[in-house]
Design a binder for this molecule. Structure first.
Ligand SMILES: [Ca+2]
Ligand SMILES: [Ca+2]
Ligand SMILES: [Ca+2]
Length: 368
């Protein structure tokens, strides 16, 4: 008789009420680059100090607020968190970030203004984001320019364009140009600095002017996955902490994160519609009551695992799938391919104890 490993995990469901708040609870910093929506999305008085700025941003994008903020041109950012750490469930999306991107089915119309997402864990436990940051490598990671740096100079007059210089020889200088639609100052009124410098990864330009005979009709196409304000909210399944990479582009394993940073990752001026700027409307932890990666794995029947003698596992899947076995702290131990039907895995090279098996579609706790 076959004996199946008991899975005691809780089935996740949007119908349950959460002890933790799924939306944003804390804003740590909002430092937008200049742009046509700055000082309007949101309105921030010139005399606002840093705590007041964060309060105003939270009123816009905090849990259930349904407002919106703009990050301005390249590099402008917001840093936020929840009232709990976001657990990294292996192989699963962990959080969503809401924006105002749209695209029609034929991609002849759309506005994707992708922002890069970074994550950080509160390693030193002081509750503030002063720990190492890791970029979530999205689908355009290999085509993006790392270590891009831009410096904006505050214009002498509110009606002047904002000039900038960069470290990219292909685009050494440029300007955030003013337009007739937005008449307020484009430099953040509460930031007195004469210059603002931002550094980060710059995505390839995504805007194309499809207007004919000299007309302007700009379409900003989304990248496949991995950016904020890129795919429409309904089409973006979320972000996976597994995508985190260090400054050298090497994957890092994080079992939870406490802070998320989003910055505008395009340095692009699209004619009459102006600079590309990431907008943020909120964020959602997709499994807010997870306490650790093991307990929160949903139970499932499609992947069947049976423990045999001699550290062998019988693994049954419905379709061909790659698989990886992880230790409970997220280290990949072993991988390979599974054929439809029963597969016998010899695992006596692995340490005994609890581990995780991940297939193309599922993740399951196993005992070795
Ligand atoms: Ca994950
Ligand atoms: Ca810290
Ligand atoms: Ca947008």
């Amino acid at each position: 008789m076959k004996r199946y490993i008991a899975i005691t995990a809780t089935l996740l469901s949007s119908a349950v009420s959460f002890a933790n708040t799924p939306g944003i609870s804390r804003i740590f910093e909002y430092r937008p680059a200049p742009g046509q929506f700055i000082n309007a999305l949101p309105e921030i008085p010139a005399d606002a100090d840093s705590p007041r700025v964060c309060e105003i941003v939270l009123e816009q994008i905090g849990n259930d607020a349904e407002g919106m903020i703009s990050l301005g041109g390249f590099g402008g950012y917001v840093v936020f968190g929840f009232d709990h750490p976001v657990i990294n469930l292996p192989g699963q999306y962990d959080f969503k970030i809401l924006g105002n991107a749209f695209i029609n089915d034929t991609a002849t119309d759309g506005s994707a203004e992708p922002g890069i997402v970074m994550v950080s864990a509160d390693i030193n436990g002081n509750g503030i984001p002063d720990d190492p940051w890791y970029e979530l490598a999205g689908s355009a990671f290999s085509q993006s320019r790392k270590d891009f740096r831009i410096t904006y100079a505050k214009p002498a007059n509110d009606n002047d364009d904002t000039h900038f210089t960069t470290n990219d020889p292909q685009m050494p200088e440029g300007a955030i140009t003013r337009n007739t639609f937005h008449k307020q100052p484009y430099w953040p009124a509460w930031i007195d600095d004469a210059e603002m410098t931002f550094e980060g990864t710059r995505l390839p330009d995504n805007g194309v002017n499809r207007g004919e005979n000299g007309a302007q009709y700009w379409v900003l196409s989304p990248f496949d996955w991995g950016y904020a304000d890129n795919q429409p909210n309904s089409k973006c399944p979320g972000f996976n902490i597994d995508w985190a990479v260090d400054a050298d582009g090497k994957p890092v394993t994080l079992d939870k994160i406490d802070f998320i940073k989003v910055y505008t990752a395009e340095c692009q001026i699209c004619g009459a519609i102006g600079e590309t700027s990431t907008e943020i409307c909120g964020a959602i932890d997709l499994h807010p009551d997870a306490t650790n990666a093991i307990d929160a794995i949903p139970a499932t029947d499609a992947l069947r695992v049976e423990r045999l003698s001699g550290q062998r596992l019988s693994v049954t899947v419905a379709a061909y799938s790659p698989f990886t076995i992880f230790s409970i702290d997220g280290q990949a131990l072993l991988g390979g391919s599974l054929h439809p039907g029963e597969n016998i895995l010899e695992l006596n090279s692995l340490p005994r104890g609890i581990a995780i098996i991940r297939t193309r579609t599922e993740t399951k706790k196993i005992v070795l």
